[in-house]
Design a protein around this ligand. Sequence first.
Ligand SMILES: Nc1ncnc2c1ncn2[C@@H]1O[C@H](COP(=O)(O)OP(=O)(O)OP(=O)(O)O)[C@@H](O)[C@H]1O
Length: 278
Amino acid sequence: MEAIEVTGLRKTYGGRDAVAGIDLVVARGEIFALLGPNGAGKTTTVEILEGHRRRSAGDVRVLGEDPGRAGSAWRARIGIVLQDADDAADLTVHEMVRHIAGFYPDPRTSDEVIELVGLGAKRNAKIRTLSGGQRRRVDVALGIVGRPELLFLDEPTTGFDPEARRRFWDLIRTLAGDGTTILLTTHYLDEAEALADRLAVMAGGGIVAEGTPATLGGRGAGQARVSWMDGGTARTEQVSDPSDLIRGLVASGADLSTLTITRPTLEDTYLNLIGAQR
Ligand SMILES: Nc1ncnc2c1ncn2[C@@H]1O[C@H](COP(=O)(O)OP(=O)(O)OP(=O)(O)O)[C@@H](O)[C@H]1O
């Protein structure tokens, strides 16, 4: 059974499609990233999958159940990290995590979760005294304390410093390694590239491309850009396979000390895909 199966999902507000009939499959144990510009329909889609919003049409199965009808046993199997979680600021980190753990049948211990999100030094600090990035880590702790089979992460690293982001990525890989399925929405393409097994780009309520980070939107087949210096003149050529060009340069005794070979980044590919929709 897949973790998420969506067919023909549609959500309409006042006659306008926010989600315009999408199909989506996320396999168990996969890290799947949903990308797209503001207003693309990502949050609407994810909230329907979480059972927090009603759909207008289509078929949705999350861990084998319809989120529109599923009960508390199903809810205990999923974890959610929302974009703007409102923390109970007067509790300490430990009190808050322990409190939420109490709602789950088989939770992680509070101390284990606090260590996992790197808040050990803030265990007994009141949440209102934490920085924005630290509060976000509390949100992540609350999302994983119930040992979810499926974790929804909505822009999880907004406000994280670079080191905290790297630690967070390690945590997500650890969770995925233990079999947790992860659906991530993010505006950070480096994050999607670092984490996702597969990703989809949404725009205007539809899915405009889907693939692995390496192949999305034909990226894998993209042209390589080869640049080098030729007797003081900068030269650049675009080729699909640079092997023959490089061999020729070596044979001609060209100066290759400044040679660079670049391919379209995920960001280049993404911006092309989004640009084509405008
Ligand atoms: N409750 C609502 N009532 C009316 N329109 C809504 C409602 N919620 C969302 N929309 C509209 O649906 C579209 C998709 O919004 P959604 O929040 O899903 O986008 P998103 O991809 O998550 O954007 P962001 O990256 O900004 O979070 C937008 O045009 C938005 O204005």
